[in-house]
Design a protein. Structure first.
Ligand code: UD1
Length: 417
């Protein structure tokens, strides 16, 4: 087992470059199953989740080759065979193969992904969309099975703008007959990237980034090359790290527009933030100010930045309130922050965080990916040494996490235990 050792007290300074977005590459890799032609992706982040998704695609008969930042996917011989339940459990986003398999082969069988550390995470909206497109769905013995004679374009109203459901339905509808409208669609930038890739392989989709997406079914798809957009949550995490340490950093290779809600919150907390066309400069204040924050679908404040902003609140002057409206159990990191001396009270989906003067280093464990990031940020300012365990979560979604922080001057390293 490995853990991160973080010696707190160093103000971050310097420049860091954002990697490709985890939440863009995963659906786009799944989308490559739609075509029998070669797809080549660039700016692919070196993440555990990408490697697990390669295994999922390989299990379906696709060939994946990862060389540095370039990934090629050849799904010419793909088949809609059953995917190992273990892989589905390791990577929830592997459920994104459902839409492409249904679109190309009119069937799939995948293990039910179940809940996870941050909430129940049902699949009802994905399946409702597939049913409306004409699929028959069976949910039994822990599997979801779908079959259709043909898929017909239709109008789909999502009860909630789910990212995964929007992506799965978009991918299933690409080869359907006629026109599909997805209303109340999720508007995340990663959905725009998926649309751009799908259109490159021959799909006819418009509206991604707005709440209505229109997919005009096509008969044939080709191969394409595509460069993955930068990871806004990774960029946001480093900006938050600079803010909590009172440091001064420049984050390169990021579209500031995608982080507008996070930048606004960091400014409210007292940070000096300057967005440029593809870079963001941030100077942290000597003491952060308390703020209130509600997580919402994009363009609201992202739930994937909630543990990081909570880290900042633990040291801010005054009392902050977080309302977590996306995932019902996403506060497990609060008890770990409390072990470091934070003052946090949780009541349902609300956290009340009263800023303290200092945190102290101790042994803490990440319960999920972003919880790990939040705890690492707390470790950067805590007095003494913080030992962060649960790195299997962090490695799922941050490329060279400690190396990038070291580049900004942090005293952080990995050790075997
Ligand atoms: C994606 C992101 C994840 C992010 C989340 C919310 C990827 C690979 N993952 O996850 O990092 O935290 O968006 O921004 O892109 N829901 C239902 N029924 C459904 C589907 C979802 O009730 O059929 C609910 C979920 O339980 C949750 C909410 O909708 O409460 C949001 O989930 P969703 O947007 O689907 O998140 P994911 O796509 O799983």
């Amino acid at each position: 087992m490995e853990r991160l050792v973080i010696v707190g007290g160093k103000k971050l300074a310097g420049e860091v470059t954002t990697s490709g977005a985890k939440n863009a590459i995963l659906p786009i890799m799944a989308a490559a199953l739609l075509t029998s032609r070669l797809c080549i992706f660039d700016n692919v982040p070196d993440l555990l989740d990408v490697k697990v998704m390669c295994r999922v695609l390989a299990g379906l008969g696709a060939e994946c080759r990862l060389q540095g930042r370039v990934l090629t996917v050849d799904a010419a011989h793909a088949e809609p065979v059953e995917i190992e339940p273990d892989l589905i459990r390791r990577l929830r986003a592997s459920n994104l193969v459902m839409g492409p398999l249904l679109g190309r082969f009119q069937r799939f069988k995948v293990a039910y992904p179940g809940g996870c550390e941050i909430g129940a995470r049902p699949m009802d909206l994905h399946l409702k969309g597939f049913r409306l497109l004409g699929a028959r769905i069976k949910e039994e013995y822990g599997f979801i099975e779908a079959e259709a004679e043909s898929l017909q374009g239709t109008d789909i109203h999502l009860d909630f703008p789910s990212v995964g459901a929007t992506e799965n339905i978009m991918m299933a509808a690409v080869l359907a007959e006629g026109i599909t409208h997805i209303y109340n669609a999720a508007r995340e930038p990663e959905i725009v990237d998926l649309q751009n890739f799908l259109n490159k392989i021959g799909a006819r989709i418009q509206g991604a980034g707005s709440d209505t997406i229109t997919i005009e079914g096509v008969k044939n798809l080709q191969g394409a090359e595509h460069s993955i957009i930068p990871d806004r949550i990774e960029a946001g995490t480093y900006l938050a790290a600079a803010a909590i340490t009172g440091g001064e950093i420049l984050v390169r290779n990021i579209n500031p527009y995608y982080l507008a809600s996070v930048l606004a919150k960091l400014r409210e907390m007292g940070a000096d933030v300057h967005p440029y066309s593809t870079e963001i400069f941030l100077r942290g204040p000597s003491r952060l100010r308390a703020v209130d924050c509600k997580t919402l679908p994009y363009p609201g404040f992202p739930t994937d930045m909630q543990p990081q902003i909570m880290a900042l609140m633990t040291l801010a002057e005054g009392t902050s309130i977080i309302c977590e409206s996306i995932f019902e159990r996403r506060f497990k990191h609060a008890s770990e922050f409390k072990r470091m001396g934070a003052d946090i009270k949780i009541e349902g989906c609300v956290a009340v965080v009263t800023g303290v003067n200092s945190l102290s280093g101790t042994c803490v464990e990440a319960s999920d990916l972003r919880a790990g990031a939040g705890l690492a940020l707390a470790g950067l300012v805590a007095e003494g040494t913080t030992y962060l365990e649960g790195l299997q979560h962090l490695d799922r979604g941050y490329e060279q996490f400690e190396a990038k922080l070291q580049g900004l001057g942090a005293r952080i390293w990995r050790e075997k235990i």
